[in-house]
Design a protein around this ligand. Structure first.
Ligand code: SF4
Ligand code: SF4
Ligand code: FES
Length: 466
């Protein structure tokens, strides 16, 4: 398509002829209010909020349904168009319950934002006249609906019709009585259902998991990568540190990456932050009792010196840098390194969209580093495990386990390991895309990462000071 120049608010912008005007406005951070348009769902033209003034047109036009043409002169602000935005907003708010003090969307609600930008009018209607709808409707396993807060933008219904094609949601009724509802006999229940919560521009759809858990303005959002499967969806980790407590994660949200996950993530990945924080291995242990670092290093030294056939297991979710450290460590102590892959395969989980049946986020990295898969059937005198899920089932005379989570497996030494959000590095997703993830969480008593444990253990090995 041809590139042309158009004028928006007195400035010249280079644009693609025939493309949507709203995309140009969004791309260039030109403020235009909108509810129903979404880059993943396309234009629907139902909310009428995105009105702009176009020279030569008698009436204001919606930017989400206007194609860019030669010699276009557009105004997104000014007395006339600001008045249009205000009037459309007033219409949207006629029956809105204004639940802001108790609404989970407060702080990230488009109605609030637009009211502050374009509204600030004295309402012409009496609260008593408002049309009431149902509140607290349980839509399925993960989402609640408040019909009164809905602005009928149809993003949620278009998501279930056009993206998941599961068709659970629709808009029923006419005029003031129009409302979002599930189709008769259906629940909103598909592996991607919670994306409607992010799509909803207001507080009509809320996540059961996040409701009332935390005010959004207390949260810090840090970019990261989901480790639920080999897709490596991009996420925001929303976390908060309360006084005298460790940092806590409250939710994962999708982060746009058109090469990997577009605008969405699956529900299981979204909720995986919970298991990340539960049943963590917190202490160093020797023979099942809590131990000091000095005791651990003494036992480690003895085990290393008395063992002939040492095998190391590495989790296929570890970062490339961590795996490289493990490779050098294995060389330095004469151990053989393996990452058995079979237990990471979950055919039931995989689908033809985002979810991959390979549940290890860095399976490709393991392959690229040529780490062996199958452990030969021979007697192992010392097994050193870096958080591999199969470690418990492998027989060895002695075991040293570095674990993120406590488990019932017996080990001579257990060391608590940092989770992927407490460490940093690269993973390579199933399509060969390399992605870097920075450390997200700081702990008041830091748990060592793979690299840190290796350097602590290596110093013990050469008899140096710890
Ligand atoms: S529930 Fe939310 S996403 Fe669905 S139509 Fe209403 S405002 Fe739009
Ligand atoms: S598809 Fe995989 S990487 Fe993406 S959110 Fe789900 S579990 Fe995480
Ligand atoms: S965003 Fe254009 S009409 Fe809704």
């Amino acid at each position: 398509m041809k590139s042309i120049d158009i004028i928006v608010d007195g400035q010249i912008y280079s644009a693609t002829k025939g493309s949507l005007l709203i995309d140009l406005l969004i791309k260039n951070d030109l403020k235009v209010p909108y509810f129903c348009y979404h880059e993943a769902l396309g234009a629907d033209g139902n909310c009428r909020m995105c009105m702009v003034e176009i020279e030569g047109q008698k009436r204001p036009q919606i930017a989400c349904d206007t194609l860019i043409k030669d010699n276009m002169i557009v105004k997104t602000k000014g007395e006339m168009i600001d008045g249009v935005h205000r009037d459309v907003l007033e219409l949207e708010l006629v029956n809105h319950p204004v639940d802001c003090p108790v609404c989970d969307q407060a702080g990230e609600c488009k109605l609030q934002d637009f009211y502050m930008d374009y509204g600030l009018y004295d309402s012409k209607i009496d609260v008593a006249e408002k049309v009431k709808h149902e509140k607290h409707i349980d839509l399925g396993s993960s989402v609640m609906l408040d019909q009164e807060r809905c602005v009928l933008c149809a993003r949620c219904t278009r998501f279930t019709s056009n993206i998941t094609k599961t068709h659970e949601l629709g808009i029923i009724g006419r005029g003031d009585h129009a409302r979002v509802s599930t189709m008769p006999g259906k629940k909103l229940d598909n592996p991607y259902a919670m994306n409607v919560v992010d799509l909803c521009p207001v507080g009509a759809l809320t996540s059961k998991d996040f409701r009332f858990a935390q005010r959004v303005w207390f949260l810090t959002s840090t970019p990261s990568i989901c480790q639920g499967c080999a897709k490596g969806c991009n996420i925001y980790v929303d976390h908060n540190k309360l006084k005298y407590k460790d940092e806590k994660i409250y939710r994962f949200r999708p982060r746009r990456n058109d090469e990997v996950n577009g605008h969405f993530i699956c529900d299981e990945g979204r909720l995986s932050y919970k298991s990340l924080q539960e049943e963590r291995q917190e202490f160093m242990e020797i023979d099942g009792r809590e131990a000091t670092l000095g005791e651990v290093l003494g036992r480690y030294d003895t085990l290393l010196k008395s063992s002939e056939n040492i095998v190391i297991l590495a989790d296929a979710n570890l970062y490339i840098e961590e795996l490289e450290k493990i490779i050098s460590y294995a060389d330095s102590i004469g151990a053989k390194l393996y990452t058995p892959m079979e237990s990471y395969v979950d055919e039931e989980f995989g689908d033809d969209w985002l979810r991959s049946s390979m549940r290890a986020s860095n399976a490709k990295g393991v392959e690229m580093l040529s780490i062996a898969d199958k452990i030969p059937d021979e007697k192992i005198s010392l097994l050193i495990d870096f958080n591999h899920p199969d470690a418990k089932s492998i027989e060895a005379e002695h075991t040293i386990s570095m674990r993120t989570h406590s488990d019932s497996g017996k080990s001579d030494i257990v060391l608590p390991l940092a989770s992927y959000l407490q460490s940093s590095g690269k993973i390579i997703n199933e399509d060969g895309i390399e992605q870097f993830s920075d450390r997200v969480l700081e702990c008041s008593e830091p748990v060592a990462t793979v690299s840190e444990w290796i350097s602590i253990l290596s110093r013990a090995d050469i008899g140096g000071e710890v």
